[in-house]
Ligand binder design. Sequence first.
Ligand SMILES: [Zn+2]
Length: 137
Amino acid sequence: MALQNKLATTDRLSKWNIPCDQTCSLCGNADETSQHLFFECVYAADIWAQVCQKSHTPSTIGDFARQKRVAITKAHGRSRSARIYIKCITETLYAVWKQRNNKIFTGSCVPVQQVVKDVLFNVACSCSDQDRMYLLR
Ligand SMILES: [Zn+2]
């Protein structure tokens, strides 16, 4: 849903005439769009950089259109790297969305290092033993 721009980001809420502050809750530096929240925001970009580095996944940080194309291509792939890439992107998108909601509704979010650990833990838990060895190499 994040890649399809279907989540209720504040730019979409505003288009639906729902009054809200459109500023990104994670960085406060830009309006919240899917592209900004998941790929351009410094908080999300830091998570992406670390998840990609630690999972040996190619990084396309900051380029929403390219990330979307790569994800669609990898979703049809059967290779180990494709499986891990899809798990990493899914877990990272969910983690960023969860932290965005935490920041809005509780006023705080988890530090980037903890989010990265949680993402990689969730990916490792959902992998086969062989994929997990590849991920943790
Ligand atoms: Zn931001």
